[in-house]
Design a binder for this molecule. Structure first.
Ligand code: ZN
Length: 299
């Protein structure tokens, strides 16, 4: 089974890797390993999923709620915190390491030559390292199960759906899919909502588009004109047409007239001056708007 990336997250180094503190790196989960890579993707440290003993996420805030002496000894909930725990527990011997605020430490305990080792990296800002750790835990647990084909006994990888030997359907690939199907589902959902949100917020009312096109004005002006129509009670209208032959010049030199087709009439008349400011809106020989004032309202 080919190795493939399942999930990755950008982190900064705290301790345990052979690189400087604060160096940016990428934490990757594959179907075989947990990998710490540099920003170009070069592997710095590779841990087999089967060698991972424990994974946790901590920050200064939720450590304060825990018993300091427990943390001070470096173990809480079975997790070895390394110097993250020592510093947070107030028992740092060296005094060289500082705990950063508003970061989340992703602490990994793993077995190397029968030693329990710790690597800690941190995620900046509000982003939740917790969800990454939760998924990592799920995958570590999956990889520790007895992954042998129930039919022929061949060992399989967590990302496999089917036994490569006998074709038996396997459950772990499905579980893995569930873990990430949810994530993909959420991402698709967010994108979907964002698209809807955009189309709503960028959606120009059709009336504004009509005014823009027929009166040949800028969008800002079209919005202003539409607002005036709304002020006199025309919340929406079907269409608008220029009638230069009959209406232009009627309200002074350079004035232009347009007929607006509403639900009740196709003869509401809008007059614009040569700068496309609204002179008046008239209907049945009555002014509804003139000189910046609402005089009557349609209801
Ligand atoms: Zn099989």
């Amino acid at each position: 089974m080919k190795e493939k990336d399942i999930l990755k997250i950008n982190v900064s180094h705290y301790e345990g890797l052979d690189i400087r503190e604060e160096a940016n790196c990428i934490l990757k989960i594959t179907n075989y390993h947990l990998k710490y890579c540099d920003i170009r993707g070069q592997v710095i440290k590779e841990i087999s999923l089967k060698d991972i003993i424990n994974v946790g996420v901590i920050n200064d805030k939720h450590l304060k709620e825990k018993n300091k002496s427990v943390i001070g000894r470096g173990i809480a909930g079975g997790l070895l915190f390394g110097s993250v725990g020592l510093v947070l527990g107030g028992l740092s011997g060296t005094g060289t390491k500082q705990i950063k605020e508003d970061v989340q430490y992703i602490v990994v305990n793993y077995n190397e030559n029968n030693e329990n080792k710790v690597i800690s990296v941190y995620v900046n800002g509000a982003f939740s390292g917790a969800s990454f750790v939760k998924k990592l835990n799920n995958i570590v647990n999956l990889s520790k199960e007895e992954n042998k084909c129930p039919n022929c006994g061949k060992e399989y990888n967590i990302s496999e759906f089917k036994c490569s030997n006998c074709g038996q359907m396997l459950k772990s690939g499905k579980k893995l899919k569930v873990i990430f199907g949810v994530v993909i589902g959420i991402v698709i959902f967010i994108v979907f909502i964002a698209i809807i949100g955009l189309s709503v917020s960028n959606g120009t009312p059709k009336e504004v588009n009509i005014i823009e096109r027929i009166a040949n004005v800028e969008k800002d002006q079209a919005i202003t004109i539409n607002d005036i129509l709304k002020d006199i009670g025309i919340e929406e209208f079907k269409n608008m047409s220029a009638d230069s032959e009959n209406l232009d010049g009627f309200e002074g030199v350079g004035s232009k007239g347009y007929r607006i087709e509403t639900s009740f009439s196709d003869n509401v008349i809008l007059y614009l001056d040569s700068n496309n400011n609204v002179i008046c809106v008239r209907y049945a020989d009555k002014d509804y708007y003139r000189n910046g004032q609402v005089l009557n309202k349609f209801d």
